[in-house]
Every structure is written in C-alpha cells, then in structure tokens.
Ligand binder design. Structure first.
Ligand code: GRF
Length: 215
C-alpha cells in the first residue's frame, strides 16, 4: 500500500467535519492520515475532540501577533509535522495569497453550498431566499479568492417544504460528513488532478467514485 498522505485539518469551531475526516482516516486503507489539527482559536471544541482521538493539535492566535506572523507560525508547524495536504474545515480566517500559493493543489476546503452558488456566509438563508430546489455542499481546491477553485466533488440535498435555515443546515451538514472524506480520499490517493483549472479523475475508484453524490 502507498504511504498515507500526512494531512492537517484547520478548524475554528466545533469541528464536526474534522471528526468525519478523523473517523474515515481510522481505516488503515484510507489514503490519508490526520497528522495534525490546528485552530486559530484555542477554545475551539474540535481541538479537544482531536486530542481525545490521539491527534497532535496546535492553536495559533492571529490576535497576538497579527496575520502575517500567525501564518508564518502555521507554516512552520505544518512543516514540523511533515504535512503534505491541508483540509480547511470551518476555518474562519482568510489565508494570504502567498500562503495559498505555497499550498497550490495541496489545500482543499468544504463549503456549505453548491458552488459557484452562494459563496461566503449564511448560505442556507440565502438558498431559501432564492427558492432553489437543490442545495448542498462542495469540496474544492483552494484559490486566493474566497470559495473559488477547482471543484473536486459536490453533494446535493433537496430543499423541502417548510425548511428553515437550521433544518436545511442539518441536512447539508450530514452530506458534508459523507462528502469530505470521499473527496480527501480522491486527492490523497492521487486519483484527482487539476488540468487547466478543472479537476480530472485519472484513475476513477471502482466503487463510489462519483464526483457528485445525491444524498
Ligand atoms: C461547515 O458547514 C463547513 O461547510 C463550513 O463551516 C462549517 C464548519 O462546521 N465551512 P464544523 O466545524 O465542521 O462542524
């Protein structure tokens, strides 16, 4: 079996997507191992859960030193842990162009909408206001502009009569927890590469290799 790719998960809060990635990576055949969980907030609930799972953690405050110094510290920590891939999972800080460039095609993000619809915040409220019939989530390679970059995989969920933002968010979050581990597996196994700004599946997995999940 090829070496598992050493992966860091960057979080700011509860870290339920982080937990889904940790659970998936507990399987020996999974092509990534979660080597580090890092948060910009020392109080993020996800950090405690990662520690309980026996994973190395770090907290880097932007407030004390400012964004440039914080990013330099993050870069050093990632290097010290031999990190090869970065997963953003509810990481609420924008990363600089230089940082994003250094992790080009090695850093992915999950966003709670079917991009390019509804980048930014409050996606579920905005989906309901727009009266869309399908909503969902997207995993994409990170580029400097927020919530842009080649799309690796998406999961769609129906918008149901009587949905509130909270109910819709719950359904989308369940889809996120399925989608993110599948997308990381595609990246970590080398099955997906970026050609002319688009993701191409080189060696589609035999089973469940669809880029679009309908849950
Ligand atoms: C998720 O909805 C994710 O798509 C968005 O932020 C939220 C993080 O939730 N980027 P969690 O911390 O993974 O529970």
């Amino acid at each position: 079996m090829a070496a598992r790719r050493r992966t860091a998960v960057l979080i700011s809060g509860r870290g339920s997507n982080m937990a889904a990635l940790i659970d998936a990576a507990a399987a020996p055949a999974y092509p990534a191992e979660i080597a580090l969980v890092l948060s910009n907030r020392a109080t993020a609930g996800g950090l405690e859960n990662a520690r309980t799972a026996g994973i190395a953690t770090a907290a880097v405050s932007y407030k004390a030193a400012g964004p440039a110094a914080a990013e330099a510290e993050i870069a050093a920590i990632l290097e010290a842990h031999g990190v090869e891939l970065v997963c953003l999972a509810g990481y609420m800080r924008l990363l600089s162009a230089g940082f994003v460039a250094r992790w080009h095609d090695r850093m992915i993000n999950i966003h709670p909408s079917l991009l390019p619809a509804f980048p930014g915040l409050d996606t579920h409220e905005r989906a309901l206001a727009a009266d869309v019939k399908l909503h969902g989530c997207t995993v994409h390679f990170v580029r400097h502009e927020m919530d842009t970059g080649p799309i690796i995989a998406q999961a769609a969920v129906p918008v149901l009569a009587g949905d509130t933002p909270e109910r819709l968010a719950t359904r989308v979050l369940a889809a996120e927890h399925v989608l993110y581990p599948k997308a990381l597996a595609l990246v970590a196994s080398g099955a997906v590469r970026v050609v002319d700004g688009h993701c191409v599946l080189d060696h589609p997995p035999k089973e469940d290799g669809r880029m679009l999940l309908s849950l």
